[in-house]
Design a protein around this ligand. Sequence first.
Ligand code: TMP
Ligand code: ASP
Length: 237
Amino acid sequence: MSSLVASGKTKELFETDNPNILKVHYTDHTTAGDGERNEVINNKGKMNNEISSLIFSYLKQQGIENHFIEQISDTDQLNKRVNMIPLEIVVRNYAAGHFQKRFALNYLDNLKKPVVEMFWKNDELHDPFINEDDAEALDIINANEIKEIKENALKVNQIMSDLFDKMNLILVDFKLEFGFDKDHQIILADEISPDSCRIITKNTKESLDKDIFRKQTGDIMKGYQIILDKLKQEIIL
Ligand code: TMP
Ligand code: ASP
């Protein structure tokens, strides 16, 4: 039996025979409001495992180094073990969520340029917004590393926005996480799924992502399935 290394809100990490490789198990847990709502949605783990596997494979193909190795079952994948940087890197193309609220904008207002924001992963403080100076001063990360992460996040944004555009979808915003691999290189890690992205249809602007759960407007599995089907059509590995 492989032992549990860490357990998050929606995923569990296990040791493998190789100390540099972890098995990641996607659960059916779905959370919102800083974990205040936590529900089990049948097959969501399978769906996100498949979607995240496809997107990470595609990003690798497009030259973005990342932790993904392979999908090994419906709900499990192998990832390189990385030392995670405790920052959530959010990229925004249109106003939504916290950004929309903070600046009193309308939903989907245009932005003159994509915005990269950082949030410090700190449960006690509820993941506060953090700027580059703060992150350096608190010794979370140095200036060069921040620069590299920002450049990488914007590259990922370009690649993913183009991909979703071809699928007749719009990537409104999303969250990334990075870590250091065994050679101390910064690589993209964690997951990219409709749990961590806002994705809407071009025509009707209908949400296909976790906003359906946050706003309780319908069945998230229907939205996630549309995204998965379109990704399968678009991505040739
Ligand atoms: P926000 O507008 O709530 O800050 O969210 C921006 C994007 O980041 C959105 O696509 C959802 C994603 N996100 C996460 O993946 N995890 C989180 O804990 C939060 C707050 C947002
Ligand atoms: N990830 C946050 C939570 O666990 C919610 C969100 O994505 O909005 O509650």
